[in-house]
Ligand binder design. Structure first.
Ligand SMILES: NC(=O)c1ccc[n+]([C@@H]2O[C@H](COP(=O)([O-])OP(=O)(O)OC[C@H]3O[C@@H](n4cnc5c(N)ncnc54)[C@H](O)[C@@H]3O)[C@@H](O)[C@H]2O)c1
Length: 375
């Protein structure tokens, strides 16, 4: 009998392929069920990965019939809480949900409650924690290679929840999971802009302070330069981090930049280029998830407490704009402060007409939003 973990996937679009590839690359899982509103989305996964799971247009039916050990939640953001809670009721061993964890802090907390209540391990897929360059940067910082970290600078786009939940999670990972204790920021929202059925701003800036004294500066939809990674300034050196490699400058490098491009457990940067981050992180994440499920490790880097903190940091920028104050974490406002600002009329769009910058991902007759994805 197979000892592989049996996986069910809810939402079979772009990122689901990354989950499936990671599970298969790790050799620890088999894909038993796919659920999507669109048969074509599931059929594409079968063809691409040469797998033959059963297909369901009703995710609850997939959960009831397949009783997977692991459930991947890969719908748009408003569906993350709905489907995590629906999956938790069936008591899989673990759920791996996509980021941002939820559309509100209160829904994210409900996801954790549902999983605790049913004895389910919950992870949020901030998969860049599993990139070798990110882990090397974290280790170098922990070893004092650039002295005490003073500032981390990063450049983002496409709305805070989508792109920058990765960045807020990265700040904490680089600082050995130090906690952010306050956030200040502001946003501009003149148009009625959405991203995957989630209201977003036109542009934002955020300042994040950590208990160890470091400060992170986030510029989102402000600069032409945008990338996952960071410029990290320490008292005795600097690191320029990207998803594939890092440059280190300190006393030992003689004052010049030294390139580090570490290989992954599964793939090499030199062989995959831009695809490296997707394939390596997905597989390495799947390995640690299996180890966590099987009790071989106590901790999973992507456990939900980290996903919740990343979401709080993003929503705290909105809350700072709403309240005109430095927001102390953990946040007490549990609704999305951007929704509160817009719906109260405080930040009514000056150029009305909703549009979704990810509408191109939708299939069939869905044009602007994926309300069915919310369950
Ligand atoms: N971790 C990352 O780096 C990363 C990268 C891309 C996307 N994501 C996240 O993944 C999530 C999905 O994004 P995507 O780009 O894959 O979107 P997508 O539109 O490509 O896929 C979503 C799929 O969910 C399906 N779906 C909608 N409602 C459903 C329902 N009720 N039951 C079952 N299936 C349903 C849709 O038909 C679609 O096939 C988002 O939350 C996004 O933020 C994360």
């Amino acid at each position: 009998m197979s000892t592989k973990l049996r996986v069910g996937v809810i939402g079979c679009g772009g990122i689901a392929g990354n989950h499936i590839r990671g599970y298969l690359d790790s050799g620890r899982y088999e894909i038993v069920g796919l659920a999507d509103l669109e048969e074509a989305a599931m059929a594409e996964k079968d063809a691409k990965f040469e797998i033959a799971p059963r297909h369901y247009t009703d995710a609850r039916e997939m959960l009831a019939r397949e009783k997977p050990d692991v459930v991947s939640i890969c719908t748009w953001h408003p569906g993350h809480a709905t489907w995590t809670i629906a999956a938790a009721v069936h008591r899989p061993q673990a759920i791996l949900c996509e980021k941002p964890m939820a559309d509100t802090i209160s829904r994210a907390e409900q996801m954790m409650l549902a999983c605790q209540r049913n004895g389910v391990k919950l992870g949020i897929s901030h998969q860049r924690r599993f990139l070798p360059a990110y882990t090397l940067a974290r280790d170098l910082i922990a070893q004092g290679a650039i002295g005490v970290v003073k500032t981390i600078q990063s450049f983002a786009a496409d709305g805070l929840p989508n792109y920058s939940s990765h960045q807020t999670d990265m700040y904490r990972y680089l600082l050995s999971d130090d906690d952010c204790d306050w956030v200040m920021g502001n946003i501009e929202r003149k148009t009625d802009r959405y991203e995957r059925s989630t209201r977003i701003e036109d542009s934002a800036v955020g300042v994040f302070h950590f208990t160890g004294g470091a400060v992170a500066l986030l510029l989102s939809d402000v600069t032409p330069t945008v990338y996952q990674g960071a410029l990290i300034y320490g008292a005795e050196g600097m690191i320029n981090l990207t998803t594939n490699n890092l440059l280190l400058l300190n006393h030992d490098t003689g004052g010049s930049w030294k390139l580090h491009e570490p290989d992954g457990q599964f793939y090499k940067v030199a062989e995959l280029g831009d695809q490296f981050e997707w394939q390596e992180a997905g597989a390495a994440q799947a390995v640690e998830l299996a180890d966590w499920i099987e009790g071989k490790t106590e901790r999973f880097r992507g456990e939900a407490t980290n996903g919740l903190k990343a979401l709080q940091m993003v929503h705290a920028v909105y809350e700072s704009a709403r309240m005109h104050e430095k927001v102390l974490l953990p946040m007490q406002t549990r609704q999305n402060p951007l929704d509160l600002m817009v719906e109260s009329g405080h930040l009514a769009p000056e150029r009305p007409g909703p549009y979704d910058i990810r509408a191109f991902l939708l299939r069939g007759e869905r044009m602007a939003s994926d309300t069915e994805g919310a369950g």
